[in-house]
Structures are given as structure tokens and as C-alpha cells.
Design a protein. Structure first.
Length: 230
């Protein structure tokens, strides 16, 4: 095939064994922990809802490395949201929650970085969140760990420290919508495909970071993700 432009490079996330996971789409779940929903001014009980980031919003951080995220344009309120990321290995439509695990290739630690000031402006005006959520490097992620090695993750601590200070703390067992239920809901609305990433929502304690701040996210069984804002 002859392209009129150089085709974009395939976005990929390292896998712990040295290979790479190719990224197709990035789905994100909104308000999926009760305490976080409450801190955002909601009741904590509502059907799941989704937004997307472009695949090339990924900032892949290899094991043991510290990622560098550039402070984004237009914002003066860049927020961290630590999240469990589910990597889809087998696609499908209308996947039942009971079958969801067969579609999971692995898990990673991710940050749903948010220009909160711009997101809030859009919310007030009833406009799409894209400018607040879907910008370059807005999806830092550590290595993908195969489910074959980790087993299914349904509970375990999820934390985020900034410059050594604990900011966010939760447990995967506190997800309002479980990973299986998320996959069921998502696959009624979109055709899930191999390479899709799902950011499953953040626990309470979201807040701002500034240039020079070091974020360190941890999820039990998945190690750590370190990103510095530059
Ligand atoms: Mn989020």
C-alpha cells in the first residue's frame, strides 16, 4: 500500500516479559468508587458511564523507570487519578459478565491525568470532556502483567503518593462496577477489540500536581508506576 503520509507509529505498552502490548483504544470509566463519586458531588450510585482517550495519549513507562509527563497547555489544575487498567486480549460484543475474564489479557497501573479546570468548564456548559481528559500524555501506564501470571484481580490496595505523601487510597474490592460488569456494559455500546485498554476509575483523594512533583502509584500485585511532571 502506498500512503500519502508516513503512517503513525503503533502505540504500545511494555509487557513484563520484554514484549509489547499494542494499544487499540482507551476507554475510561467515570466515578467508579463511592468515596470519589461523593468528592465530585455525586451520590455514588449510578449506572457506569464512559469516555475515551486517543490511543496515543499513552505515556508508557517501562518497569523500574520514571516516566516524564510534560505539564499540559491551557490548564493550571492538573489532577492525578490512579486507576487499575484492564488490557483486553480478545474482543467481542455483548460479553456477559460471567465470561468477561476470558477477554482479559492482563492488568497495569495507570494514571487518568485530567485538566480539571477545563473538564469543570465543559461540565458546566454540558459540553464533551475531551479537552479535559484526552490530551497528549494524559494516560501514563506501567508494564502490563499477564493475567496468566497475576490471576484475576478483584481486591487489593490501590494507592497514590505524591512526593512521598499519601494522596489516594482505596481497594479494588470497592469498585462500584466490577471489572466483569464494566466489560459487560462497555461491550453493549462498542465492539471491544484486542488491544483495548480500560481505565477502571479512581478512588478518592484526587488533587493537583505541579512541575517537579513525583507521582508513585501502587496496586497490590502489579508493583509501582512512577511519573514526574516536567
Ligand atoms: Mn478517571
Amino acid at each position: 500500500m502506498s500512503f500519502v503520509l508516513t503512517p503513525p507509529v503503533q502505540t504500545a505498552v511494555p509487557v513484563a516479559d520484554g514484549r509489547s502490548f499494542p494499544v487499540h483504544r482507551i476507554y475510561c470509566v467515570g466515578r467508579n468508587y463511592v468515596e470519589h463519586a461523593i468528592e465530585m458531588g455525586h451520590s455514588g450510585r449510578e449506572p457506569p458511564f464512559f469516555f475515551l482517550k486517543p490511543a496515543d495519549a499513552v505515556l508508557a513507562v517501562a518497569d523500574g523507570q520514571t516516566g516524564q509527563m510534560a505539564y499540559p497547555s491551557l490548564s493550571s489544575n492538573l489532577h492525578h487519578e490512579i486507576e487499575l487498567v484492564v488490557a483486553i486480549g480478545r474482543g467481542g460484543r455483548n460479553i456477559a459478565a460471567a465470561d468477561a475474564a476470558q477477554h482479559i489479557w492482563g492488568y497495569g497501573i495507570g494514571l487518568d491525568m485530567t485538566r480539571r479546570d477545563l473538564q469543570n468548564d465543559m461540565k458546566k456548559q454540558g459540553r464533551p470532556w475531551c479537552i479535559g481528559k484526552a490530551f497528549e500524555q494524559s494516560a501514563p501506564i506501567g508494564p502490563i502483567h499477564p493475567i496468566a501470571r497475576t490471576g484475576r484481580l478483584s481486591k487489593g490496595a490501590i494507592t497514590l503518593h505524591v512526593n512521598g505523601e499519601l494522596r489516594q487510597k482505596g481497594d479494588l474490592g470497592d469498585l462500584i462496577w466490577s471489572v466483569d460488569e464494566i466489560i459487560e456494559h462497555l461491550s453493549t455500546a462498542w465492539l471491544l477489540q484486542p488491544g483495548d485498554l480500560i481505565y477502571t476509575g479512581t478512588p478518592a483523594g484526587v488533587g493537583a500536581v505541579n512541575k517537579g512533583d513525583l507521582m508513585e502509584g501502587r496496586i497490590e500485585g502489579l508493583g509501582a508506576l512512577r511519573v514526574v511532571v516536567v
